[in-house]
Design a protein around this ligand. Sequence first.
Ligand code: 13P
Length: 257
Amino acid sequence: MGSEKKAAPKALVAGNWKMNGLKTSGAELAALAGQLKDMADLPCDVLICPPATLLAHFSEAALGSPIQTGAQDCHPEDSGAHTGDISAEMIKDAGAEYVIVGHSERRTDHGETDAVVKAKAEAARRARLTAIICIGETEAERDAGKTLEILTGQLEGSLPEGAKAANTVIAYEPVWAIGTGRTPTTEQVAEVHAHIRARLEKALGAEEGAKVRILYGGSVKPANAAELMAVPHVNGALVGGASLKAADFFGIISAYL
Ligand code: 13P
């Protein structure tokens, strides 16, 4: 934890809209852009990951604002016969800068393994996108005292060779905290984030590992954001439900203002 002060990377507050949002939701993007408009030198990066159907539209609409855009998943390959999938290159072409990979909902709903997540993170790098690699334990795993072991396995299995802070973000999202209104204690978050930092420094070297942003996700709201974001080695948030409304998302961003 000694390196936290010297090397704390610029925070990232990211919204994962999941399977929510229609064209009319552009009003929320516009409202957020309006709230951030006169804030020069924002102390954190701001990202919205809408559904794929809105990605190009949001990317264009966000131009000239501090808001960046990202996708929620990508296919490992750049093109081909994969009906319904989108590649990292297509995401880049739509104007986005980031892609979430290995979200627990994809690991569960689509059976994504660490190896698949790693291939997707590699695709992101190939397309010059930043991958937000999600890891997190289930409640049963936490109750069994296996949290750190599970996270180590997911991190080491999902992190591509030669990952860099410039193209990699880690999001710690305890599965049991997603969409439940429950969050870990700040002590639990601190323990996990320090552990992830140590593993990153081991995998990427001390200097590079210290620069990788580690986000916390799972029931982040305006009311708990400041407390969670103040935990050492928490370099931002990955927000689901509370990112859908500009006022709530701005309330979370305000933890950094
Ligand atoms: P909630 O903020 O709705 O709990 O979702 C968290 C999440 O899964 C973000 O990726």
